[in-house]
Ligand binder design. Structure first.
Ligand code: IMP
Ligand code: MG
Length: 181
């Protein structure tokens, strides 16, 4: 799989070092509040497992499954909730966890939807934040790394459901991305 990468942006050790820092900040910020993490599947699965094990606080974990891409590399904006019932977030401090902030449509839509269920607070944590103009404004509270506007895979991020299990994050070789994407 690594041979499909044009270049590696963050290797496994670099990602884990950054997770140590993020987890320390989150643990400090939530030390007096009971945290509920809402992880967005499938992209945040690997991040969720590695980050949450670094947070030594009592917390609850829920998952939401959404799809926005339909197989290409551009978000099309219409979001499909694959899960019928939303997690019960009323009266809880919510931390939404996602792999990457790109157009902002996914996180803005999810945040809006969760807020209708009256949580006490909602924050957002993403591993990657793409530098670009967003369709929807989203200011994440915790960010692993900022990246340029390039298509990346690995560490949970996929291209047509592949590469999620790469331990590093890298830029996919352009010729592997279908012309129609
Ligand atoms: P947004 O709604 O455009 O912000 O897109 C967010 C979702 O698109 C993420 O949760 C990812 O699943 C996917 N995505 C955005 N950029 C990339 C990328 O560079 N590689 C892989 N998936 C991406
Ligand atoms: Mg995806």
């Amino acid at each position: 799989m690594q041979k499909d990468l044009e270049r590696i942006l963050f290797d496994e050790a670099t990602i884990h070092r950054r997770l140590d820092e993020l987890a320390a900040r989150i643990s400090e910020d939530y030390r007096d509040r009971e945290l509920t993490v809402v992880a967005i599947l499938n992209g945040s699965l690997i991040l969720m497992a590695d980050l949450l094990r670094r947070i030594p606080l009592p917390l609850k974990l829920d998952c939401l499954s959404v799809a926005s891409y339909h197989g290409g590399t551009k978000s099309v904006g219409d979001l499909v909730f694959r899960q019928v019932s939303l997690p019960d977030v009323a009266g809880r401090h919510i931390l939404i966890l996602d792999d990457i902030l790109d157009s902002g449509v996914t996180l803005a839509t999810i945040r809006e939807k969760l807020k209708t269920a009256r949580p006490l607070s909602v924050r957002i944590c993403v591993l990657l934040e793409k530098k670009r103009t967003r369709t929807r404004a989203v200011e994440p509270d915790y960010v692993g790394f900022e990246i340029a506007d390039e298509f990346v895979v690995g560490y949970g991020l996929d291209y047509m459901e592949r590469y999620r299990n790469l331990p590093c994050i890298g830029v996919l070789r352009k010729e592997l991305i279908a012309q129609s994407a």
